[in-house]
Design a protein around this ligand. Structure first.
Ligand SMILES: Nc1ncnc2c1ncn2[C@@H]1O[C@H](COP(=O)(O)OP(=O)(O)O)[C@@H](O)[C@H]1O
Ligand SMILES: [Mg+2]
Length: 206
């Protein structure tokens, strides 16, 4: 429903379209959305993959949950309402990046199925999004615990931590499931080859 603030807003068509940008870039744009527990390896895989794409001349950007929370979403808490707003804002930024012709990697826990579905639909579905579930047992994540967040959640210093007090809903229909204990090289290659198969990029890896 349009509220008063929105009703006098009119969409302005731009002269430079996504298609023109994609043609200029010599690759298609897409959002690669990594979901998984804290410590699953989302940021590590996304970084590794982005470097590979970048070296091959692709136009890329990585939206990392933690970094976004220090800027665009620094006003948000980890309450259910704010988590939803966090995901919505990241989704909206990713949508702009898609239009800008960029291969955008998003690494954010995104624990709830209905919010992931909302993003999938917002971005235009399967042709624009690759949902990647980084599947790492919580026991492994807790052992890694580089930021000592699990430790703090267990001791009660953090009371709304995903996987401990808050639920992480396993993705119902991800485009790919990665084993978060596999080497970064293996997981990056898997995604590169999907991008190639889907005609997003024109190179693959053996
Ligand atoms: N495949 C892997 N094998 C071993 N350690 C890993 C692997 N992937 C990530 N890690 C380590 O696990 C920790 C958490 O990874 P990170 O990418 O920050 O997870 P997330 O972004 O999902 O929270 C880091 O210390 C990272 O170095
Ligand atoms: Mg991370």
């Amino acid at each position: 429903m349009k509220n008063n603030m929105q009703k006098n807003i009119f969409w302005h068509e731009h002269l430079i379209s996504r298609e023109k940008r994609e043609k200029y870039n010599k690759h298609r744009s897409i959002v690669i959305w990594f979901t998984g527990l804290s410590g699953a390896g989302k940021s590590s895989i996304a970084n590794h993959l982005e470097k590979k794409l970048f070296i091959h001349g692709m136009h890329t950007y990585l939206l990392d949950g933690d970094n976004i929370r220090s800027g665009l979403c620094s006003d948000l808490s980890f309450s259910k309402t704010d988590r939803k707003e966090n995901i919505r804002r990241i989704g909206e930024v990713a949508k702009i990046m898609l239009d800008a012709g960029i291969i955008t990697l998003v690494s954010v826990i995104s624990p709830y199925q209905n919010q992931r579905t909302m993003i999938y639909n917002m971005l235009g579905g399967v042709k624009n999004v690759l949902e990647v579930f980084v599947d790492t047992p919580i026991s492994v994540c807790e052992k890694r615990d580089p930021k000592k967040l699990y430790q703090q959640a267990r001791s009660g210093n953090i009371y709304d931590f995903t996987g401990i007090q808050e639920e992480y809903e396993i993705p119902s229909n991800p485009d790919i499931i990665l084993n978060g204990t596999d080497a970064l090289e293996i997981n990056s290659k898997k995604i590169i080859n999907i991008l190639y198969k889907n005609h997003i990029i024109s190179f693959c890896e053996n």
